[in-house]
Design a protein around this ligand. Structure first.
Ligand SMILES: Cc1cc2nc3c(=O)[nH]c(=O)nc-3n(C[C@H](O)[C@H](O)[C@H](O)COP(=O)(O)OP(=O)(O)OC[C@H]3O[C@@H](n4cnc5c(N)ncnc54)[C@H](O)[C@@H]3O)c2cc1C
Length: 446
């Protein structure tokens, strides 16, 4: 019997596997990150047993990624799987329908979303009564020619695994040559973007390369590793004295700080705006934030950085029953008059507030405008040091590092997740870090 063919056209009006026949309002949340998962769970908890709603969450991957520990995953300080948490058990426990689908387009007039499964031709239309946009952002590789092709982005767990593999692989290559110029080029690691993610990653790379890997490659001279962080200033959004401490730390560890702008990336390395080239096989891109293309293609008012303009109730200007938050939203912080910065801390607070607001809307209660005083920030700098600003209390060095570890461990979503990460950290205290490559495609020899 011939197998039925999967349709490459949207199945009209279908809502994932189960069409909704109830009259419950359909709330569709796009994106399974900090903002989307928290909104879905908080709303489900609020509505449980009291208010019938049909809650659907669509995300291109079936896991939630804890980005604050991505640099640790990229450098092997924690196992990469331990910074991921499956979404299905979280949704299943609260009756949220989940679809692992990539959103392709949003039809605001017909109140529907077109989404497809990424590795199959299955495509569906998902209708909504209320739509929540939380599709996040990615490093803006379009900022410099060649970056999309030759630089490694740093945002997803795949990026973390690729970075770790690339670094270890380059050490293996460097161990096979006696030519100092080739070796130096193989062991030059460049991070573009000196914000939170770039600075944290560069510090972690320094620890991995000079502190750990060099011990395993006795033929490689100690001064062969070159580390370059490219950015006009270190941690530009952080309190000046903490940023100065971070800068001092990086310089003291022999990391070069390059303030010239990145002009292009090629197979040869990074070209700077003044024409100099930093020869490298490992250029990592963390600069800029590019809002999800699905969101940026919407014909709606946006801020200069591409985020959607939303009011204090998360309502998107120019679209009814559409809400945006997290890295998708430019919402004004009433305390500063400037838009909230794009961080997980803000995304989670916004998500809790949006869940409360949607609950109020559905039950006819009064809505509360969102106002959140940013609690501060923490940037780990590896080698048991960090900078932290906790509501004005500023810490540096070991105390900041300890506070960072404790707070972020407690922010992990489940007890099992916390135990796994604590175990990784404990093992690291007593044993060597694993320096094997995680190759998948090329592991079988020809
Ligand atoms: C390396 C790194 C370190 C960071 N460290 C910190 C930190 O220490 N503290 C802090 O507060 N913030 C930190 N941030 C910032 C923080 O991660 C973001 O601000 C936060 O993730 C924003 O949440 P969000 O839900 O808006 O977006 P995200 O968490 O990015 O979630 C977006 C979701 O949408 C999904 N998605 C995207 N496009 C589609 C599509 N077309 N279809 C379906 N699904 C899609 C994605 O897969 C993802 O699940 C860090 C960011 C990075 C990259």
């Amino acid at each position: 019997m011939a197998r039925p063919q999967m349709a490459d056209r949207p199945a009209a009006g279908r809502v994932l596997a189960r069409p909704s026949t109830s009259l419950a309002p359909r709330i569709l949340i796009l994106g399974g990150g900090f903002a989307g998962v928290t909104t879905a769970l908080e709303l489900a908890k609020r509505c449980a047993g009291t208010l019938p709603v049909h809650l659907t969450l669509l995300s291109e991957q079936n896991f939630f990624l804890f980005t604050p520990m991505l640099a640790e995953a990229a450098t092997g300080a924690v196992e990469s799987r331990h910074v991921l948490y499956p979404i299905r058990p979280l949704c299943g426990a609260w009756g949220i329908e989940f679809g692992e689908m990539s959103v392709e387009a949003i039809d605001l007039d017909r109140r529907r979303v077109i989404a497809r499964h990424r590795r199959s031709p299955i495509r569906q239309q998902v209708h909504y009564d209320k739509l929540v946009l939380s599709l996040g952002a990615t490093p803006n590789v379009a900022m410099a020619p060649g970056a999309a092709e030759h630089a490694l982005p740093f945002k997803g767990v795949g990026d973390a695994i690729r970075i770790r593999n690339r670094v270890i692989d380059l050490f293996e290559a460097a161990a096979l040559t006696d030519d100092p110029w080739t070796r130096r080029r193989l062991l030059t690691f460049v991070v573009v973007g000196a914000g939170h993610a770039g600075t944290e990653l560069m510090a972690a790379l320094e620890e991995l390369t000079r502190g750990i890997l060099l011990r395993h490659y006795p033929s490689i001279p100690l001064d062969s590793v070159r580390l370059v962080l490219v950015g006009s200033s270190i941690l530009p959004q952080t309190a000046t004295n903490l940023a100065a401490y971070a800068r001092h730390q990086l310089l003291a560890r022999g990391i070069e700080l390059e303030t010239n702008r990145a002009a292009g990336v090629s197979a040869e390395g990074l070209t700077l705006q003044d024409g100099r080239v930093i020869p490298s096989h490992c250029v990592i891109w963390t600069a800029g934030n590019r809002v999800s293309p699905v969101v940026s293609s919407l014909p709606l008012p946006k801020a200069r950085d591409g985020r959607l303009q939303v009011n204090k109730f998360f309502e998107v200007e120019g679209a009814r029953d559409v809400y945006a938050l997290g890295d998708n939203a430019a919402q004004t912080d009433p305390h500063t008059g400037a838009p909230y910065v794009a961080t997980a801390q803000v995304a989670v607070r916004q998500a809790r507030a949006l869940a409360e607001q949607l609950d109020a809307e559905l039950t006819g209660r009064e809505k509360r405008p969102f106002s959140f005083h940013v609690l501060g920030e923490m940037v780990p700098l590896s080698r048991r040091t960090a900078v932290a600003d906790l509501n004005g209390i500023k810490l540096v060095g070991l105390p900041a590092w300890f506070v960072w570890k404790t707070i972020y461990m407690l922010k992990l979503p489940t007890l099992a997740a916390r135990l796994r990460v604590v175990l990784d950290w404990t093992v690291e205290l007593f044993f060597e870090r694993d320096v094997s490559e995680l190759t998948v495609e090329e592991e079988r020899g020809g």
